[in-house]
Design a protein around this ligand. Structure first.
Ligand code: PEP
Ligand code: MG
Length: 575
């Protein structure tokens, strides 16, 4: 049966391929339908795995640490209780029987149901127990992965697979960089969630907020993903397929043409030079940075080094990662952001998830309460600073107290390194992200105390408009053109320029060609974006005359009518 679904396009392009359904917690569980004759075998497989896991857990008692025997016993009892809970075992059995699905899928689905029930608890202790549920289920899945199972149908195709998930965390998506998916579809997610940002970096179409895709799409269905319109066409007819294949090759051709701009200088028609830098998540992204001709790295989201792992990276590992990037850029500027963990980028074994994580202990707030973690990162960063042109950027600063504390941490770390005779650049520049409205409004202290500013429009918009950037229910309200947002942007860029302090935009707005001229008109001369968007932005810069766009930009700034703003923006972008 053919049908279409509509969602929020967050990464452009067109993909045609086969659906590959995954569950949302880990990306290694595939859905497939079993022949009726295999159903009882599958239930037996599940029961075996549950029993093996139970024995494994009981066996762990022999290894309990003496100094924490009571805590360890309590943890084991809890995990054994979860394992025996019929919400997991019986419900999974029933699901296998009812839907003829594989045991892993049934187990994962029950886990998700339980996790969402736990998330709704008022009581923080109970809410945190969802982590235990996940850990128990992952243990059973691990046991099952050691058993002979069935070959999922989609393993037959090694490319043109379209990932269909309820949700994908940024951490999961980073792991996907090594897989060859040709598009990503999710039921949850907002346009500037980190999942969307990472998908854009993969340079494949991505549509989020589809609501029911995982229920409606079956594994192996043929799918067209239209990342321009946010439309998914499932099992399309021959004519539609042919039309989309044509559009796909046209888009490829346009992409190829853009490659010619790789080494061109990003100068406007009136000769003003614009710096176009890249955002990266991992040192491996350097290849894309070079491929797209970025003249620096404006944002290295270092927190991605901390995701997908049980042990945190030590000073040596971090130093190597930072040095690789700094040396790899051969003297071009590299801005490394201290880790911005929390919100939608949680550590794997985070002890606690706040009830309102975007407003909780995130980024610099977390750093300042975890001095050991922060000092380790600062030592690694300072050591890497002597290998090239490196700057340090601090996320989520809201005011003078946090700035002072951060500078003090930096100073103490510098003294420590100096006392140990370890090299670092004593002049290393330190900047702050302007992504909380309070910071934008009380800007003078940032200008006074810091060397540069970088505007994080993703969070600045989220906090100004009180819209969760990861929540598809409110994504229609996420509006970079809201007059309040434009006023803040104009104020920050204008004040920084006046004070002669470098300012850039490193949020997603910087890589949207629709906003390039607007930002130029507000006085922005440095942009940092996903490498994949860099050449299209450069093309827009090359065709822009600053004196011509200024009057229209001023009109946009003065308007408080959304429709009028849209109309003026269209005029700004014409020609
Ligand atoms: C931002 O908030 O705009 C930003 C660049 O940081 P992140 O997207 O990592 O929160
Ligand atoms: Mg941010």
């Amino acid at each position: 049966m053919s049908f279409s679904l509509h969602g929020l396009p967050v990464s452009h392009g067109i993909a045609i391929g086969h659906a590959h359904l995954v569950s949302h917690a880990a990306l290694d569980v595939t859905h497939y339908v079993l022949p009726k004759s295999m159903v009882q075998n599958e239930i037996a497989r599940l029961d075996d795995a549950l029993e093996t896991t139970r024995l494994e857990l009981i066996g762990l008692r022999d290894y309990r640490p003496q100094q924490a025997a009571a805590e360890f016993d309590a943890f084991l009892d809890l995990h054994l209780m979860i394992l025996a809970d019929e919400h997991i075992s019986s419900a999974a059995r029933q699901m296998i029987e009812r839907e003829q699905c594989n045991a892993e899928w049934a187990l994962k689905t029950q886990m998700e149901t339980l996790v969402s029930q736990f998330e709704a608890f008022e009581d923080a202790y109970l809410r945190e127990r969802k982590t235990d549920v996940v850990q128990v289920v992952e243990r059973v899945l691990k046991t099952m992965s050691g058993q002979p199972g069935h070959t999922p149908p989609s393993a037959q195709h090694d490319k043109n697979l379209i990932l269909v998930a309820y949700d994908v965390s940024p951490a999961d998506l980073i792991q996907l960089k090594s897989h060859q998916f040709s598009a990503i579809l999710t039921d949850l997610g907002g346009a500037t969630s980190h999942t969307a940002i990472v998908a854009r970096g993969l340079n494949i179409p991505c549509i989020v907020g589809l609501h029911h895709s995982r229920e409606l799409i079956k594994d192996n269905d043929i799918i067209i993903v239209d990342g321009e319109q946010g439309v998914v066409l499932v099992n399309p007819d021959k004519q539609l397929l042919a039309e989309y294949k044509l559009r796909q090759s046209q888009l490829d051709l346009e992409r190829q043409k853009l490659k010619r701009l790789k080494t061109a200088h990003a100068d406007t028609l009136d000769g003003t030079h614009i710096e176009l830098h890249a955002n990266i998540e991992m040192p491996q992204d350097l290849a894309d940075v070079k491929e797209n001709g970025a003249t620096g790295i404006g944002l290295f989201r270092s927190e991605f080094l901390f995701l997908n792992r049980n042990e945190l990276p030590d000073e040596e590992e971090q130093f190597e990662a930072y040095r690789t990037v700094v040396e790899g850029m051969e003297g071009q500027p590299v801005t490394i952001r201290t880790f911005d963990l929390g919100a939608d980028k949680q550590l794997k074994n985070a002890a606690r998830v706040a009830s309102n994580p975007a407003l909780g202990l995130r980024a610099i707030r977390l750093c300042l309460t975890e001095p050991k973690l922060f000092r380790t990162q600062l030592r690694a960063l300072l050591r890497a600073s002597s290998y090239g042109n490196m700057k340090i950027l601090v996320p989520m600063l809201s005011g003078v107290a946090e700035i002072n504390q951060t500078l003090q941490f930096l100073e103490v770390t510098k003294q420590e390194l100096a006392a140990q005779g370890i090299a670092y650049n004593p002049e290393v520049k330190i900047g702050g992200m302007i992504e909380i409205p309070a910071a934008a409004l009380a800007l003078s202290v940032f200008i006074k105390k810091l060397d540069f500013l970088s505007i994080g429009t993703n969070d600045l918009i989220q906090y100004t408009l009180a819209i969760d950037r990861t929540d598809e229910e409110v994504s229609h309200l996420y509006d970079p053109l809201h007059p309040a947002v434009l006023q803040l942007l104009s104020h920050v860029i204008g004040s920084a320029n006046k004070a002669n302090i470098p300012v850039s935009v490193c949020g997603e707005m910087a890589g949207e060609v629709n906003y390039t001229r607007l930002l130029l008109g507000l006085g922005l001369r440095q942009f940092s974006m996903n490498s994949a968007q860099l050449l299209a932005t450069k093309q827009r810069v090359l065709t822009t005359s600053l004196p011509e766009i200024l009057p229209l930009t001023q009109k946009i700034l003065r308007s408080d009518d959304p429709l009028k703003i849209q109309e003026l923006l269209a005029r700004l972008n014409a020609g």
